[in-house]
Design a protein. Structure first.
Length: 388
């Protein structure tokens, strides 16, 4: 029985993909084989020795110590694109909330008191302070054109906006899914200099931390609206606070509120709601559960941020060996030599690498004796060995 610790609310539909006769799931399990999570902070947790896999029901993995898990040969799965539509919808809502001063106007109306005539009078007298502007013809800058960014870009074009995008790592598949009307910028600075609105859809890392800062905000047209549905650290909020005061920034719309900005009339702060729809939660949970199950039961790797994509159909009647090792020369040679010396015949095999890790699946004609597994485990550079 595999033990699956769910650290956050993972949709039941997803958890039901793990058959109860083989997977025990719970929020308080000791010695888990698998940890499933959403935004829980794994950096602050002791990682149990029993751990075989981590599954993030979502996109961002900045809450997970990926390097430490890689060093132990543990894959970290995520669910690319599974919540992208949900985030896109909230970003589009953010554009409209800001352009039409909807939050301020709503607060004004909610505070109205008196009889019908008094309220009607206050409605007509007060509305001019909330007059906004329309989106067609305005320019949206999109930094990061992955699963979310490209959906936002395409939707903004459909609303009549001009879109300029920047993503040095855009994939060929991603580029095909992006409208050809999106203009390509050569740098983040170039996006700032063109944008009336700028939205970030990048992972948080050392290259993206503080992308919106005093210097880049200064490049923008006065009255810029900044949308941050990526991560708090992408935006320097002190710089945004200062730019809100000068009018350089008109609105800041963020899924990651910071104390200094909450309550500001031109800050729309949401409690990390981007992926909080029934559909996105279910999509993410189903995808991550299927990926983790295939890894646990077959050793196959789909959508692991730190492992190569490795899927091999099981050879009939064969026994499977999976080996995670450092991506250095002669590892496959040493593994296959050990199998040959034990007189095991290889039926099928696949080996792929990603960054500093390599991963090998081998189907052999007979069960591997414990001493052979120990011998493979002892090869310098081997990080994890299993017979899934
Ligand atoms: N508010 C929320 O609830 C949610 C927030 N997110 C955040 O949004 C981020 C993006 O999510 P997805 O679009 O699904 O990920 P993705 O991996 O599909 O796309 C990220 C894109 O950013 C690009 N990128 C990386 N560094 C860049 C840089 N320095 N400049 C420009 N582009 C760069 C990559 O090449 C990639 O195309 C996640 O990492 C997460 O932090 C994701 C889902 C929900
Ligand atoms: O699970 C959530 O609600 C957060 C989603 C998110 O931030 C992500 O997928 O990166």
């Amino acid at each position: 029985m595999y033990r699956v610790l769910a650290l956050n609310n993972i949709s039941k539909v997803g958890l039901s993909r793990l058959p109860a006769d083989r997977f025990q799931t719970g929020k308080d399990l000791a010695d888990p084989d698998v940890i499933l999570l959403r935004s829980a902070d794994l950096h602050s947790m002791d990682l149990p020795a029993s751990l075989l896999a981590v599954g993030r029901a979502g996109a961002g993995v900045n809450n997970i110590p990926v390097a430490a898990l890689s060093a132990r040969g543990i894959p970290v799965f995520n669910t690319p694109g599974a919540n992208a539509n949900a985030v896109k919808e909230l970003v589009i809502a953010g554009l409209l909330l800001a352009a039409r001063n909807i939050c301020q106007a709503w607060a004004y109306t909610q505070a109205l008191e008196g009889d019908t005539q008094t309220v009607e009078h206050a409605v007509e007298a007060g509305k001019k302070q909330f007059a906004g502007f329309e989106l067609p013809g305005r320019t949206l800058g999109v930094v990061g054109l992955g699963a979310i960014g490209r959906q936002v870009a395409n939707a903004a074009l459909a609303l009549g906006m001009k879109v300029v995008g920047y993503d040095p790592g855009i994939t060929v598949e991603g580029a095909w899914l992006l409208s050809s009307q999106v203009e390509r910028a050569a740098s983040v600075e170039a996006v700032f200099s063109r944008a009336d609105f700028i939205t970030f859809h990048v992972p948080l890392n050392d290259h993206t931390r503080g992308l919106a800062n005093a210097d880049t905000l200064r490049l923008a047209r006065p009255g810029l609206t900044v949308l941050n549905f990526a991560r708090a650290g992408i935006v320097d909020t002190d710089a945004v606070a200062a730019a809100l005061e000068t009018g350089q920034v008109h609105y800041y719309v963020s899924d990651f509120p910071k104390p200094g900005l909450i309550g500001h009339p031109r800050v729309i702060a949401l409690p990390h709601l981007g992926a909080s729809t029934a559909e996105a939660e279910e999509n993410c949970a189903v995808m991550v559960a299927d990926q983790v199950r295939d890894y646990i039961e077959n050793g196959n790797i789909t959508n692991a941020v730190n492992f190569p994509w490795v899927v091999m159909p099981r050879a009939e009647g064969a026994v499977r060996l999976s080996v995670v090792n450092a991506n250095v020369p002669n590892m496959v040679g040493q593994i296959t030599t050990a199998l040959a010396e034990a007189k095991l015949n290889i039926v099928d095999m696949i080996n792929k690498s990603k960054g500093e890790l390599a991963y090998t699946l081998v189907d052999v004609d007979r069960p591997l004796p414990a001493e052979l597994l120990a011998k493979i485990r002892a090869i310098a550079g081997v990080l994890a060995v299993r017979c899934p």
